[in-house]
Write a protein that binds this ligand. Structure first.
Ligand code: PHE
Ligand code: NA
Length: 510
């Protein structure tokens, strides 16, 4: 039994910490790239539907599971799910909610460390005077661990370690005086910077400061509904995956944060406040910066091309240069704001990834907060080094696929079954509405029992058996060849075999 009596300092603090957990690099880097890769306007409808029938239910499920487990002194998913289902197996399924976090933190913190480094470089003026190619080369050099302008050897590793030390130190300060405090400062700053940059993004005019397009070109590209692809399961899978990632559901962090809520406190409204705040930051701010600005200067074609060949770098390869088109002062300032914003978004999320492990070690092994925090930092470092050292070999993408995508779907599916069918929807529903400061719409009881698990099952099966090129039409017509992105082929390492074959045959690399 746990002696861990920590709790949140205030309701505002809790909501900001939960919003900080959700709002992350996913909102500003992953969402725009997913939207572009999946046909812009075709993406947004499945995305919103998934938010309503999967995202919102999962938020309520996870918040109420967390508060429920907290009543028994549990703050990590293995023991939270153990209090809800009799079968001993659940406890082991709950382990997902710890290890996924450590694995995601391993690569997530690496990007977070880029944002730290880029904030620093923006402040010292590294990007001023560089042309587009110079900025893109800087990024290439950086990720291949070449010597940077600072002359610090292995600069990315230095920043990675710095970033982990910072995370670990904040975590070791505890919930209210560490995590909550950072969220209370970071979230308002992030929104302020975001509003400023989004305003710049949507008021770009063709012919001004080198912009070749109006910002309307980029915005139309994202928002004009394109119904051709509306029924493509691949687009739906991508939309579902983004909803998971962005809301931090299927991970164990929401359970953990909610387990520190007092038993009589509201969760229904709190969950909605944090969830909708994430959607505002994603759909309004996240959509108004990277894509409109990049397309304004570089055009739709060039940006689509850059996004297809590994999208994550886009924000680092283009924006530091494009900002300088607004003049030296505004350029430097915007760079600081953009990377500063990303850093705040990132750190409030990576802190969340640390808390399940810490709660677990405190509750079940009576570890102190400090040793639990430092052991998390050490784990992340060991697990993260391969993504840093072998970034160009796609190790990073493997982590994102297994830990950041597949695991989330599997855990979300299992916990929904536990909640609605094992624990029982009637008890579950009572948990959701107990102490609620809003009237939870009654039809959500039906959605949580049937729609959410079925949709999750479909998402899971769809990713297991994705047909080649995502061409479901051909597959249904009988020509079923598995795509390399399907879980089955991934398990068989088809992708890796081809990569290795290509690596040993230099002719094969274009
Ligand atoms: N939701 C975060 C984002 O959008 C990522 C995250 C996933 C954070 C899982 C915590 C847990 O970037
Ligand atoms: Na998010």
């Amino acid at each position: 039994m746990s002696t861990n009596k920590e709790s949140w300092g205030s309701r505002v603090g809790l909501i900001l910490a939960m919003a900080g957990n959700a709002v992350g690099l996913g909102n500003f880097l992953r969402f725009p790239v997913q939207a572009v890769q999946n046909g812009g306007g075709a993406f947004i409808i499945p995305y919103l539907v998934c938010f309503l029938v999967m995202g919102i239910p999962l938020l309520w499920i996870e918040w109420s599971m967390g508060r429920f487990g907290g009543r028994f002194g549990h703050h990590s998913t293995p023991f939270i799910v153990d209090t809800m289902g009799k079968n001993r197996l659940w406890k082991y399924i709950g382990v997902f909610g710890i290890w996924t976090n450590i694995a995601v933190a391993a690569y997530y913190c690496y990007i977070e460390s880029w944002t730290l480094s880029y904030t620093f470089h923006s402040i010292i003026g590294t990007f001023s005077g560089l042309d587009q190619e110079g900025v893109a080369n800087f990024f290439g050099q950086y990720v291949s661990l070449g010597t940077s302008t600072l002359g610090i050897p292995y600069e990315p590793i230095v920043f990675y370690i710095l970033c982990l030390l910072l995370n670990t130190w904040i975590l070791s300060q505890g919930l209210a005086s560490g995590v909550e405090r950072v969220a209370k400062v970071g979230m308002p700053m992030l929104i302020l910077f975001g509003l400023f940059l989004a305003f710049r993004g949507v008021t770009l005019t063709a012919g001004e400061n080198g912009a070749i397009n109006d910002s309307s070109v980029g915005l139309n590209f994202l928002w004009t509904p394109n119904f051709d692809q509306l029924w493509s399961p691949t687009v739906w899978l991508a939309a579902a995956g983004q909803i998971f990632f962005t809301l931090s559901v299927g991970m164990g962090t929401v359970h953990c944060y909610a387990s520190y809520v007092r038993p009589k406190d509201d969760i229904a409204l709190n969950a909605m406040s944090a969830g909708w705040m994430n959607e505002f930051v994603e759909v309004v701010l996240g959509a108004a910066i990277l894509i409109p600005i990049s397309i304004g200067y570089l055009g739709v074609e060039r940006v689509s091309e850059m996004v297809q060949s590994g999208g994550l770098g886009l924000a680092f390869q283009t924006l530091p240069y494009l900002f300088y088109q607004w003049g030296d002062l505004l350029g430097a300032l915007s760079g600081m704001m953009w990377f500063g914003l990303l850093f705040f978004a990132g750190i409030t999320s990576s802190l969340a990834m640390g808390t399940p492990w810490i709660g677990f070690m405190q509750d079940e092994f009576n570890w102190g907060r400090k040793s639990a925090a430092w052991s998390f930092g050490l784990f992340v470092f060991l697990l993260g080094m391969p993504t840093v050292l072998f970034f160009k070999y796609g190790v990073f993408d493997e982590y994102d696929y297994w830990a950041g995508t597949v695991s989330l779907v599997v855990f979300a599916l299992l916990e929904t079954i536990l909640f609605s069918w094992v624990f029982g929807i009637n008890r579950g529903w009572r948990e959701i509405i107990s102490g609620a400061d809003i009237q939870v719409p009654a039809f959500y009881k039906f959605i949580i029992k049937f729609v959410t698990p079925l949709l999750l099952l479909w998402v899971f099966l769809g990713s297991l058996f994705t047909p080649k090129g995502g061409d479901w039409g051909a597959a249904i017509a009988g020509n079923w060849v598995l795509d390399n992105s399907s879980i089955i082929n991934k398990l068989k390492n088809v992708d890796l075999e081809q990569k290795l074959a290509a690596a040993t045959d230099p002719e094969a690399i274009q």
